[in-house]
Design a protein around this ligand. Structure first.
Ligand SMILES: [Zn+2]
Length: 76
């Protein structure tokens, strides 16, 4: 399968990898609730999986502007 990582804020593609196994430790998967998992991971019919993560740029913005955590799409 192909796993694509996409920033959930700015939609930047952070990379993709071909994998037989899902390496979930990279994104602190075990810390998420079931609801969050459903929101963050999307299966596609063509055997790809999209993970919504946060890129370095947005992470920095969030750290500098904690109030943005309330908004899903603060970058236009
Ligand atoms: Zn981003």
């Amino acid at each position: 399968m192909t796993i694509n990582y996409v920033c959930k804020h700015c939609r930047t593609e952070l990379g993709s990898l071909q994998s037989q196994v899902l390496d979930l430790e990279q994104i602190d998967w075990q810390l998420l609730s079931d609801k969050e998992k459903q929101q963050l991971m999307a299966y596609h019919q063509d055997q790809t999986i999209t993970f919504q993560v946060i890129c370095e740029y947005c992470q920095q913005l969030l750290e500098q502007n904690p109030q943005y955590h309330e908004l899903d799409y603060f970058i236009q």
